[in-house]
Design a protein around this ligand. Structure first.
Ligand code: SAJ
Length: 401
């Protein structure tokens, strides 16, 4: 069997590699020539543990090759980004152009699958696009949606072991797509229709966003009420049917902070809670920045000098180097702008250097600072002692006090 993966990013490339390892002949297509060149040399352009060795193996055995254009295969997978247009409207133009690129190659019996996170209705839209240009293929090809749900850093394991939801435009398409994934997925495959599968991906990430918003809202209430939110959540979670997540300095990354908008853009009247959760999580970052600025002002008034402030963490979540949509980065930027960058030490132990922020070692910054702002719960920060001689703003529960 031959399969073509349109998009060799964080999801497309690992999936293509795993499929190739399971005996499927893969053509990986990317619009970025550097990605194509690196992949063909067996060099991984993303960071993912264990993936480099696997890539080298499938390239040298000839099971995977990268190209700027698709070629005739038996199955086509659309694994490209779905960003925003502005105003939080999803932009499916990458899915559309990848689909247009494969249309000339489609033939009777082929499988076409979208994996990109997409607004509800996208698979049917792409089916119409295909049939408009190739009416003779109507009812002769299989079209389905199958969202990815892997966690960066654990992709090799999760691609194989996670359950998958697969929704076709008809039952035959669902079955055909399941047949494909069965070749390398050990998790359960759950068949449904394409609209439900599209909504399922958005639901998973919106659910997490709403739950984090609840924790963040509690943190705001507790701050005003003088209650330790970490202790409160820990105690509430002793109830056998309560499981509250952790508050933080906001929600970041390219999934949880983004996907809910794919629902609110299309169903504004119905998605009040989902929209409110987005607002609460965004507000939490703004609130944290204000809190830092207020503490700096208080310090200056009582000490008659400007404080030295350590901003601990830039990544969007603990123990990674990914700064995409990072609330910590937003807070650091906002605080630095408000004080002309004076006396602010920026810390991110998971990256070597940054083109905007001058980075300081975490121990050095902690020792020098009058105000320590814990933004990301990196493991290394947990080794730092609590000090009563410093003002510590712990937004991510390093000390849980
Ligand atoms: N966060 C909190 N409190 C918590 C948990 C997380 O504030 O209790 C924050 C994190 O600090 C971070 C944000 O939420 O800023 C998102 O982190 P995450 O770990 O929830 O999610 P991602 O973006 O790393 O990966 C998610 C995963 N989805 C879920 O956990 C439901 C992953 O399985 C998906 O494949 C991925 O999104 C995706 O591509 O959709």
């Amino acid at each position: 069997m031959k399969a073509c993966f349109m998009g060799l990013g964080y999801i497309g490339l690992p999936t293509a590699i795993i499929a190739a390892k399971h005996g499927i002949q893969i053509t990986g297509v990317d619009i970025n020539p550097q990605v194509v060149n690196m992949t063909n040399q067996g060099k991984l352009h993303i960071v993912e543990p264990g993936m480099q060795e696997l890539l080298q193996g499938v390239v040298s055995s000839g099971m995977l090759k990268a190209s700027a254009v698709p070629e005739t295969c038996d199955a086509y997978f659309i694994v490209v980004p779905t960003p925003f247009k502005g105003n939080h409207e999803p932009d499916i133009s990458y899915v559309e152009s990848a689909t247009k690129a494969v249309i000339p190659f489609l033939k009777k019996g082929d499988l076409y699958v979208i994996e990109s996170t997409s607004p509800v209705g996208t698979t049917n839209k792409m089916a119409s696009l295909i049939y408009d240009q190739r009416p003779e293929l109507k009812g002769k090809i299989y079209i389905a949606y199958c969202p990815e749900r892997v966690l960066p850093g654990n992709v090799i394991y999760e691609l194989v072991h996670n359950d998958r939801v697969i929704g076709g435009i008809d039952e035959e398409s669902t079955e055909k797509a399941m047949e494909f994934y069965r070749q390398f997925v050990k998790g359960k495959l759950h068949g449904t229709n394409c609209k439900t599968a599209e909504m399922c991906k958005l639901t998973e990430n919106s659910s997490r966003d709403v739950q984090i918003a609840f924790a963040n809202e509690l943190s705001l209430i507790c701050d005003k009420a003088g209650i330790n939110v970490w202790e409160l959540i820990n105690l509430a979670n002793k109830h056998p049917r309560v499981n509250i997540l952790q508050p933080g300095c906001g929600v970041g990354g390219h999934c949880i902070a983004v996907d809910p908008y794919f629902i609110t853009a299309d169903f504004p009247m119905e998605s009040k809670l989902i929209a409110q959760a987005r607002e609460i999580n965004n507000y939490k970052s703004f609130w944290c920045a204000e809190k830092v600025q207020n503490e700096m002002l208080k310090f200056e008034l009582s000490h008659h000098r400007k404080p030295c402030v350590a901003m601990m963490g830039l990544a969007f979540k603990p123990n990674i180097d990914d700064l995409r949509e990072s609330p910590a980065k937003y807070i650091v930027t906002k605080v630095m702008q408000s004080c002309n960058n004076a006396n602010i030490l920026v810390v991110e132990p998971n990256i070597e250097s940054h083109n905007v922020f001058k980075l300081t070692d975490y121990k050095e910054a902690y020792n020098k600072a009058d105000i320590v702002v814990m933004l990301v719960a990196h493991d290394s920060f947990k080794t730092l002692p609590y000090s009563d001689n410093k003002v510590i703003l712990d937004f991510c529960g390093i000390y849980k006090r």
